[in-house]
Design a protein around this ligand. Sequence first.
Ligand code: NAD
Length: 260
Amino acid sequence: MKLKDKVCIVTGAASGLGLAIAHKYASEGAKVAIADLNADAAQKAADEIKDAYGTDTKALVMDVTSEDAVNDGVAAVVEAWGTVDVLVSNAGIQIVNPIEEFKFSDWKKMLAIHLDGAFLTSKAVIPHMYKQGSGAILFMGSVHSKDASKLKSAYVTAKHGLLGLARTIAREGGPKGVRTNVICPGFVRTPLVEKQIPEQAKELGISEDEVISKVMLGNTVDTEFTTVEDIAEVALFFAAFPSNALTGQSLLASHGWVME
Ligand code: NAD
C-alpha cells in the first residue's frame, strides 16, 4: 500500500487518464476525490472506486477554471479528510485547428482549462501541504510539453507552460517539502483522442487509419498506443516517491515518440 490513507485530489477524474489514476491510487490505499465538470460521471466513478477498493472517495463537481469552484472543492476535501497530500491536475480538453482558423475564444478556453486549472488547484492545495511540510503535485503534460504538432497551437503552448509552472512551484515548495512534477504521455485512446481522429483526418486530408499510423504513432518505436494503465503507474511513482530528490521533473511515457 504505497499511498495508505493519503488524501489525493485528481481533476478530470471522471474519464480517461484521471479515472485510471484515481483507481490506481485507491488500490494503493488512498482516499481519492474525483473532481470533474461532469457531476454524474464523477459520482459514478467515486461509487465504483469505493466499492472496488473499500477506500473513502468523494465526488467533487469542479470546473477547474473557476477559482470559487476550485477553492470550495479543496475546502470540502480538507473538511472531510483533514488535509491534501497529492494533487493531480489532469483535467483537459483538445481543440484542433490551423492557427489562422483558431478562434481566439478557443485559444482562451484551452489556456484556461490547462493553465488556469493547474495554477488554481495548486494555489488552493499548497497552504495545506506547507502546513504539514509535505505534498506531491503532478501536472498532466504531454509529449506536446516537449514537441509540437500541426493544428495544436493552444494545446502545445499550454502543455509547454505547465513545465514552467511546475519548476517554479518545485523551487518555491522545495524548502517546505512540496514536490512538483509533470507526466508527459504519448497518445492514449481516451475520449479526448477518439474525438481527434476524424477531426485530424479532415483537417490534414488523410484517412483516419493514416492519422493513427502516421500522425499519432508514426514516431513511436513500436507503433503502439500508450495506455491509461501506463500513465497511472507513472502517476503512482511520482506520488509515492519517498524523498524530495524527484522534483521539477517531467517524464515522457510515449513509446519513444520523443526521447531526451
Ligand atoms: P478525457 O476526455 O477522457 O477526460 C478529461 C476529463 O476532464 C473529462 O472527464 C472532462 O469532463 C474533464 N474536464 C474537462 N474540462 C474540465 C474542467 N474545466 N474542469 C474539470 N474537469 C474538466 O481526456 P484524457 O485523455 O483522459 O485527458 C486527460 C489529460 O491528459 C488532459 O490534460 C490531456 O491533455 C492529457 N493528455 C492526454 C493524452 C491522450 O492521448 N489521451 C496524451 C497526453 C496528455
